[in-house]
Write a protein that binds this ligand. Structure first.
Ligand code: NDP
Length: 250
């Protein structure tokens, strides 16, 4: 990449977000590394990326809360300057049978997985849009194959949040396409991260992947990260409003 570029990655302390941050550092981006609870992991990743020569700032924020998101973007502005890409990656998985749904558990899931994307995209568009004085940029939303497969039993709320993200992705692409901002989403399949601790952990997930995934294996966070950074970068200059499955054929 010729010019230095600045990217904000939500949920970058662990899993797929952590791999995206590593990929971004390798490509020469300056990074706003958001975390919520995993401060130790975030600090240690930031140190690793700085050793690689990247400029990195750690940004603690619960992105399901609007006030946190506004503060996070202000801190990003101050530390790194103009924003060029946002990866809406933060998310949680929960298994909630329909008879166990209540105001708290279903709101928590939608706040973390959907409302967070709206709050972060709003701040990003206000900074990147040519209609607001910005120089353009890219937004990548982390959906899931659950949006079209429905997930496992108990997955209706999680799958619903990812279906909402798919629609959000398409609609936002229409809204900001002429303002220099490309908007795309990724639907990962079974990827080996701690998110699967909700239902048996990575080992159980890998057993499921042998039969459920046409390629016969789960994916790695790095395999998702490469696609995310391709979508965020100039090589994907005419890719817009797309949803890319990274799911081993599932
Ligand atoms: P992990 O559980 O490994 O990591 C989740 C990350 O999201 C952590 O860094 C966590 O931060 C962060 N996070 C969660 N809630 C918030 C919040 N409210 N505010 C800020 N950060 C938050 O999950 P994955 O890496 O597997 O998942 C990343 C994304 O990919 C999610 O959106 C998930 O739905 C999606 N996905 C994952 C799949 C998989 O198989 N792994 C499949 C399909 C989609 P912290 O620990 O600091 O609190």
């Amino acid at each position: 990449m010729s010019d230095p570029k600045n990217i904000l990655i939500t949920g970058a302390s662990r899993g797929i977000g952590q791999a995206i941050a590593r990929q971004a550092a390798q490509q020469g981006w300056s990074i706003g590394l958001n975390y919520n609870q995993s401060q130790t992991e975030a600090m240690s990743l930031a140190e690793e990326l700085r050793q690689m020569g990247a400029k990195v700032i750690c940004l603690q924020a619960d992105v399901s809360q609007q006030s946190h998101v506004k503060r996070m973007f202000s801190e990003f502005d101050e530390a790194l300057g103009p924003l060029h890409a946002l990866i809406n990656n933060a998310g949680i998985l929960a298994s909630i049978m329909i008879t166990d749904v209540d105001e708290t558990n279903v709101h928590r899931l939608y706040s973390a997985n959907v409302f967070s994307a709206y709050y972060c995209a709003r701040e990003a568009v206000l900074r990147m849009s040519t209609a607001h004085g910005g120089s353009g940029g890219a937004i990548v939303n982390m959906s899931s194959v659950a949006s079209r497969l429905g997930g496992l039993a108990g997955g209706s709320a999680y799958a619903g949040t990812k279906g909402a993200l798919d629609s959000f992705n398409l609609a936002l692409a229409k809204e900001v396409g002429t303002q220099g901002i490309r908007v795309n989403a990724i639907r990962p399949g079974l990827i080996a991260t701690e998110i699967h601790n909700v239902h048996g952990g990575i080992d159980q997930m890998k057993i499921l992947a042998k039969t459920a995934v046409p390629m016969g294996r789960s994916g790695t966070p790095e395999e998702v990260a490469k696609v995310a950074m391709w979508l965020a970068g100039p090589e994907a200059s005419y890719v817009h409003g797309s949803i890319v499955d990274v799911a081993g054929g599932r």
